[in-house]
Design a protein around this ligand. Structure first.
Ligand SMILES: O=P(O)(O)OC[C@H]1O[C@](O)(CO)[C@@H](O)[C@@H]1O
Length: 245
């Protein structure tokens, strides 16, 4: 895996998006189609703003969704589907397909089965993601399940994770933050040909250090990317501030 440290989060977002767009163009040239994963959260703002402006032929691209709160409707400001609709899907022209995680479905088991069947038909070319302050990858909080072969799983969110979501301003109180989520599994994420992590801000510095400088451990879920052949972690000065020289 590679680590790139940028001067600020604008530079980080630009480079991460350009790298991702280039990989999507290559996939389209080779296969006529690309399948990608797009993540949410404040860490993805700058990257997505550049990605949606790139000259990718979006009519050849299927977008999968990384994670979503169980039971949260799309009308809630913290809904990840809403985020992706507003910040990504509606801003690119003629997207082939968006496959959302409808984690408020009445029959969640059926929804997850359908999602699993859909993603099994694709090989993912690029996964855009971030990591959490608790080092989660998607909503795989520590200790993360590195073994499950299911593509999506229902997870219990730990309190650190729920506080982080509140701290970013998506919810007005901790009680309001759902306790469960549907998350893409670690194995499914690791099956992506390329993983592009955008991780700005000082509040991620400890998680970055744990992900990059410790041993791979499910106590630091994002450390698993050390085992991925084509991952790049894009940092800014603040998120890189605890790394050894
Ligand atoms: O950008 P944030 O909110 O810090 O989150 C980082 C990562 O964690 C998740 O939001 C899950 O909370 C991912 O979708 C995202 O990539």
């Amino acid at each position: 895996m590679r680590v790139q440290i940028h001067k600020d989060k604008q530079a980080l977002g630009k480079l991460a998006a350009e790298e991702g767009a280039a990989a999507i163009r290559v996939a389209i040239a080779e296969k006529g189609h690309a399948a990608i994963i797009v993540a949410t959260g404040a860490s993805q703002f700058e990257m997505i703003d550049v990605l949606v402006e790139s000259d990718v032929n979006w009519s050849c691209v299927t977008v999968f969704h990384l994670d979503e709160y169980v039971g949260l409707g799309i009308d809630h400001p913290a809904s990840f589907r809403r985020y992706l609709q507003e910040r990504f899907v509606e801003r690119v022209s003629g997207l082939k397909e968006f496959v959302p995680v409808n984690a408020d479905a009445e029959d969640l088991d059926a929804e997850m089965l359908a999602l699993g069947q859909r993603i099994a038909q694709e090989s993912i070319d690029v996964c855009f993601a971030g990591i959490g302050e608790n080092c989660h990858l998607a909503f795989n909080d520590p200790p993360a399940d590195f073994e499950t072969k299911l593509p999506y799983i229902v997870v219990e969110l730990d309190e650190d994770c729920r506080r982080q979501q509140m701290g970013e301003g998506w919810f007005s109180s901790l009680e309001e933050v759902p306790k469960r989520a549907v998350s893409m599994s670690i194995r499914q994420i690791m099956a992506s040909s390329k993983i592009i992590l955008s991780v700005p801000d000082e509040r991620k510095a400890r998680a970055v250090k744990n992900a990059l400088e410790g041993q791979v451990s499910n106590r630091f879920p994002a450390s698993i990317v050390q085992e991925h052949a084509d991952t790049v972690m894009h940092l800014d000065q603040a998120s890189a501030s605890l790394l050894s020289a």
